[in-house]
Design a protein around this ligand. Structure first.
Ligand code: ASP
Length: 461
């Protein structure tokens, strides 16, 4: 709720608005050093600086203008924006599958509260149906907000809570589960859930959005439509990520939970399957499976639940000239597992060898993954790799570093015996290691076909 027409404005920002008879929700034309802007004066966050005036332009984008650069403001009217979402009863049909949407937070669950500058959840089925009515075509939807965090704050407690909740929902008879999640660490959660909840009989589809629903280019609605459809109708009974495919709003991609990664800070088409091809593509009309080796829907109502998790595990991202004291420090602090993201085929420099040997001798479990992300660590090829293996470092094939990290947490939660931990680590649960990688996946699925073709046309010209 906006408290006053100056909500959030202090100092010079407030003075300039007052001088021109303008305030929050005034529709103004403003002239400044950079040019002329027409827009609605937005409330300022209580914690924001006092030097800027923020306008919502007709394009839907917000712009902040330095108050001291303003030379003229003409007030054209007043339009108070209403950010309350319409609530409509989500329709129920006896013939439609039942889907539950479990919210954990992130941009997908948010819209901006301009007063506090915070993002607040907009999450009831009624609110979702009010803003994305297409969802009702696929299912009966129930929603529940489990957590309300940005995904950097997800951790073992949340992973365990989600895993247990999935098991309960399956037992209660749900036909598909959607998990709303911040995009930044969605691939960590997708991977750990793939290990914690096995033998799923229904799809568990993780979804997020790169841009919040109040932005014109938001991907929230389209991702949600695809994810809900995948949960309701797809035959893939696995943990997967459903996010924007190509850069335009054409289709979504379904990615296996252990082989997916966020690859761009701001593009909507940020999630990519690494080391493989995606499971399929999806739009509002159809699901096209790219492969057929997935676990299928089954009528069973149980899962294999194992929520073990050891927190004393870390990733060391190797860089040239890394010093051995980094490894020693981790061991001294009581870490039980280290995943190295090594260079090339799985290498680190020679000065690290004695520290790695000490780590292994003190019972620390050390695994090697590749910084290149695509391809396998192959530690027999160079002398370096052979020597590192002799120290007791275990190559983790083509497991992604983040996947190896959460898997090692899971494995060490179950055992401390090096052989048993190795067996858990190297026995694939859900394609976290694969026998081969497709030669063309690396090239084609970095951009999806229209972009690749467009790129080739542009360089031939
Ligand atoms: N920082 C946010 C998060 O990961 C970004 C997002 O939701 O896309 O929670």
């Amino acid at each position: 709720m906006v408290e006053s027409s100056m909500s959030g404005y202090r100092g010079i920002g407030r003075a300039v608005l007052e001088r021109h008879g303008a305030g929050v929700w005034s529709d103004i034309e403003l002239e400044a050093a950079q040019g002329t802007f027409r827009g609605l004066v937005l409330p300022r966050s209580e914690t924001a600086d006092d030097r800027h005036i923020v306008l919502k332009l007709a394009s839907g984008y917000n712009v902040g203008i330095a108050a001291e650069a303003v030379t003229r403001i003409t007030v054209l009217g007043r339009r108070e924006a209403n950010y309350k979402l319409p609530e409509k009863q989500f329709p129920h049909s006896r013939t439609k599958p039942n889907v539950v949407l479990l919210g954990t937070g992130g941009t997908i669950a948010s819209r901006l509260d301009y007063r506090t500058g915070a993002v607040i959840p907009a999450f009831s089925p009624g609110e979702l149906y009010g803003s994305v009515p297409e969802l009702a075509a696929f299912c009966n939807l129930r929603t529940e907000s489990l957590f309300s965090v940005f995904s950097e704050n997800m951790g073992p407690r949340q992973y365990q809570g989600l895993a247990e909740r999935i098991a309960e929902e399956v037992a209660a008879g749900v036909d598909g589960i959607v998990i709303g999640h911040g995009t930044d660490t969605m691939h960590h959660t997708a991977a750990i859930l793939s290990f914690m909840v096995q033998e799923l009989p229904v799809p568990v589809v993780m979804v997020g959005s790169q841009r919040s629903a109040d932005r014109p280019s938001s991907d929230a609605a389209i991702n949600l439509i695809h994810a809900v459809k995948a949960a309701a109708e797809s035959d893939i009974a696995e943990v997967m990520v459903c996010m924007f495919g190509p850069t335009s709003d054409q289709y979504g991609l379904l990615h296996r939970g252990t082989r997916v990664r966020k690859m761009h800070t701001s593009y909507r088409s940020t999630f990519r399957t690494i080391g493989d091809i995606p499971l399929g593509m999806i739009d509002a009309a159809r699901i096209v499976y790219f492969r057929h080796d997935f676990h299928r829907r089954r009528p069973e109502r149980s899962v294999k639940l194992n929520t073990a998790f050891e927190e004393k595990v870390t990733i060391l991202y190797y860089y040239p000239n890394m010093k051995p004291d980094v490894v020693d420090a981790v061991v001294d602090k009581g870490y039980r597992g280290i995943v190295i993201a090594g260079t090339g085929l799985g290498h680190v420099n020679k000065p690290l060898y004695p520290a790695l040997k000490r780590a292994v001798q003190r019972g620390v479990h050390v695994y090697m993954t590749a910084q290149t992300l695509w391809g396998y660590v192959q530690m027999y090829v160079y002398e370096t790799g052979r020597e590192i293996m002799e120290l007791g470092v275990v190559p983790a094939a083509n497991m992604l570093p983040e996947t190896a990290y959460v898997k090692l947490c899971w494995a060490l939660g179950q055992s401390n015996d090096p052989e048993q931990v190795k067996r858990i680590m190297l026995t694939p649960v859900c394609d976290e290691t694969t026998a081969r990688e497709p030669y063309n996946g690396y090239l084609v699925f970095q951009g999806a076909i229209p972009e690749v073709q467009g790129f080739l046309r542009s360089i031939k010209r």
